[in-house]
Design a protein around this ligand. Structure first.
Ligand SMILES: Cc1cc2nc3c(=O)[nH]c(=O)nc-3n(C[C@H](O)[C@H](O)[C@H](O)COP(=O)(O)O)c2cc1C
Length: 357
């Protein structure tokens, strides 16, 4: 499979973006190795300071910026010529400073989800070569972003990621009651967004499929159905290079299909995770009288009223391997993980030559 992907001025050898995974699941090591293998590697901004050694309990926002840049440096050490970018959630309190830090750290691609990045081109105006990639789940969301960007900034996205709420991991861009009811059509959405760019903007903008893509057949299916590339996250968790501790990876290996489900995040969005330990997540905060210390999200029910749980600390516990009380996000296919492998082995499986073909 030799199809390349062009995102802005960047030519990616294989049509694959590694999905951003917050709280140091995708930090510099994973992103660097993905880029070295010929995909786009993303350092996720959310909670990057936790478990970095830079957060002292008081300096969260400053430490986020420093840790973010340090992880970008680490990624470039691994893949000096690679296509390395970032994932910054629009819902983060320090979204704008993190976008600026990404640019200072040399990110070539900025992917933004968990909200619509309506003002992103303004934040990056002095750096037109940095590719801007919104994540959406509907044609309507793509239209809202594109119309605003065209009118206010005379700019189009360099690509769009279409995340399937029925399969993707982490926060989802759809109402809880609409998820998993068989209404959503990932590839119809992709084709309608491609057609919108063509008909209304006269542009061929790459549209990338995300959610539930696991093996070579899934990648080939996505491309055959009209996607220009894929974004994959869960598949890369059980690699030696993934930045999570071993306990997090083992939780993927040990989980079954039935363990994976939906929860309501304090961010006000549904999320997909391994639910085996769900009762312990809230109980941890009750037992430890956890209060919101970081204010990491613009809107958060835990920050505002103590409802649900503190998400960034729950994700951080999981990243450190405490899967008893930590929150382990994953896509619907995470149960397929059966061993720890390497990023290169996954690329070989997805894109390598098939003997005899
Ligand atoms: C552990 C984990 C953490 C995630 N964190 C983020 C995040 O910080 N920001 C974001 O936009 N998406 C996040 N996602 C979503 C992924 O980037 C990706 O789009 C999605 O999981 C794709 O589905 P897949 O995991 O089935 O490949 C996360 C997903 C997982 C599994």
């Amino acid at each position: 499979m030799t199809q390349q992907l062009k995102i802005g001025k960047h030519i990616v050898r294989y049509p694959l973006i590694q999905g951003g995974m917050g709280a140091r699941i995708s930090a510099g090591r994973l992103a660097g190795h993905i880029a070295r293998c010929g995909g786009v590697g993303l350092v996720a901004a959310a909670g990057i300071a936790l478990n970095s050694g830079l957060y002292d309990g008081k300096n969260f926002f400053q430490a986020e910026i420093e840790a973010f840049k340090a992880e970008l440096r680490k990624a470039y050490e691994i893949a000096p010529d690679g296509i390395i970018g970032v994932n910054v959630m629009v819902a983060l309190s320090d979204y704008a400073p993190l976008v600026k830090a990404a640019i200072e750290g040399g990110a070539k691609v900025i992917v933004c989800g968990a909200g619509l990045p309506m003002g992103l081109p303004e934040l990056t105006a002095d750096h037109p070569d940095v590719a801007l990639v919104p994540i959406v789940s509907s044609l309507r969301a793509a239209q809202l972003i594109v119309r605003k960007w065209q009118k206010a900034y005379h700019r189009l996205p360099d690509a769009v990621v279409v995340e399937d709420p029925d399969t993707a991991g982490g926060h989802l861009g759809e109402k809880m009651e609409n998820i998993g009811i068989g209404e959503y059509d990932q590839y119809a959405t992709i084709r309608s967004i491609k057609a919108f760019f063509r008909d209304e903007c006269g542009a061929d903008v790459p549209v990338i499929a995300a959610g539930g893509i696991w093996d070579r057949a899934d990648v080939e299916h996505a491309l055959a159905e009209g996607a220009d590339g894929v974004q994959m996250a869960s598949r890369f968790v059980c690699t030696e290079e993934c930045d999570a501790e071993d306990g997090f990876k083992q939780f993927y290996i040990d989980c079954t299909k039935e363990d994976i489900g939906l929860l309501m995040s304090p961010a006000g969005l549904p999320g997909r995770a391994i639910l085996k330990n769900i009762d312990n997540i809230r109980q941890y905060d009750l037992d430890h009288h956890t209060t919101c210390r970081m204010g990491c999200l613009k809107k958060c029910s835990y920050k505002e009223s103590g409802e649900r749980f503190c998400i960034v600390t729950a994700l951080d516990r999981a990243q450190r391997g405490d899967v008893d009380t930590g929150l382990v996000f994953c896509g619907t296919n995470a149960w397929k993980a059966d061993r720890i492998t390497t990023v290169q082995a996954i690329f070989d499986e997805l894109f390598g030559d098939i003997p005899g073909k």
